[in-house]
Design a protein around this ligand. Structure first.
Ligand SMILES: Nc1ncnc2c1ncn2[C@@H]1O[C@H](COP(=O)(O)OP(=O)(O)O)[C@@H](O)[C@H]1O
Ligand SMILES: [Mg+2]
Length: 330
């Protein structure tokens, strides 16, 4: 991954709220990040930290109402995706930006065979005719390691195992040679062996196809083996970001440190008792004016209750939104 390359996707100050009957929920608060060509960016954070809402906001997949993307820019291919018209966005989404989400709205449709579902984007986004689309669909299924691909085009989703269905989803996301693939917890429901196979597949595909990947998970252990860079989210904010080795070797945010303690030791060693992080993530009724993690933080001091820390650089490509300095009290 070329370090200085211009980002393929550049998200700036994204703010998304939900308008609910009991008031506003500030789910995404000034999230900024970029993804460079060919890079694999891991996004971690426990459930409710704003990972999915961030990704869905930037490709216009959130239902509005109740969601409202209130501020920000999503720069992609010289345009701001937050201000392009619906047709253009539909074309980019599923074409130049592929995605695999867990929610039923964007997963496989039980009513159509998988051949139809892979051929559909090829026909609408790439204008392929029936035969060309069919050949390409076979190629894609082979690419993601589905045996006997041509015959399986006529099969329905329920005729595939969970792992194979996930491969089909990836094939669809890759159909139009996207520049960016966004994968939102695509392996969470799978058993560990299948998870490992999917991760291996994604690594291979990235090498072969060279696209950038945003890989979202609540499991930092999954990220360790595949990401170039990691962004940690908490309370709808990015609290830390660093190259993967740096993040594991020198975590700065107390939340990242706590997350790391929940990762079982690898290499076949039996997992020690995992520490869980005490407390609940916040649900924000207003933009935060204090650190969202302070109630669960062992290092919080008075300033953390008065001010929401901004991200500041602490190393090469490493930044953290925290006032505490581990060098001062270990
Ligand atoms: N439809 C909705 N209505 C109200 N709040 C929502 C809705 N969807 C998500 N949220 C809020 O957004 C927050 C972030 O959710 P999400 O991005 O799905 O978290 P993650 O993907 O990190 O688990 C949640 O804690 C929730 O409070
Ligand atoms: Mg999610």
């Amino acid at each position: 991954m070329p370090d200085g390359a211009a980002p393929v996707l550049d998200v700036r100050d994204l703010k998304t709220v939900f308008l609910t009957r009991s008031g506003e929920v500030h789910a995404v608060n000034s999230v900024s990040f970029d993804v460079r060509p060919g890079e694999l960016l891991g996004v971690v954070g426990e459930s409710g930290s704003g990972k999915s809402v961030t990704m869905m906001s930037l490709i216009g997949l959130l239902p509005s109402p109740p969601a409202e993307v209130r501020e920000g820019q999503v720069l992609f291919g010289g345009r701001d995706l937050l201000s392009v018209d619906a047709d253009t966005l539909r074309h980019i989404r599923g074409g130049r930006i592929g995605f695999v989400f867990q929610d039923p709205m964007t997963s496989l449709n039980p009513v159509f065979n998988v051949g139809f579902q892979i051929m559909e984007p090829l026909r609408t986004h790439m204008g392929l005719g029936k035969k060309a689309a069919r050949d390409r669909a076979v190629e894609l299924l082979e690419l993601v390691g589905i045996p006997d691909a041509r015959r399986r085009l006529g099969d329905y989703p329920h005729q595939f195992s969970g792992g194979m269905r996930q491969r089909v989803m990836i094939a669809i996301a890759l159909a139009c040679d996207p520049e960016v693939l966004i994968a939102d917890e695509p392996t969470t429901a799978l058993d560990v062996t299948i998870q490992a196979q999917i991760l291996e597949l994604v690594k291979e595909l990235r090498e072969k196809l060279g696209m950038a990947i945003v890989w979202i998970t609540h499991d930092l252990g999954v990220i360790a083996g595949i990401a170039d860079r990691v962004m940690v989210m908490y309370g709808g904010q990015v609290v830390e970001q660093a190259p993967v080795r740096e993040l594991f070797g020198n975590p700065r945010h107390p939340y990242t440190r706590a997350l790391l303690k929940t990762v079982p030791h690898v290499r076949g060693e039996r997992a020690k008792r995992l520490e869980v992080i005490q407390g609940q993530p916040p649900i924000l009724g207003a933009p935060p004016d204090a650190c969202p993690f302070r109630d669960r933080c062992d290092h919080a001091f008075d300033r953390c209750a008065r001010e929401n820390p901004q991200r500041r650089p602490v190393g090469h490509g490493h930044d953290v939104a925290c006032f505490w300095d581990p060098a001062h009290d270990g």
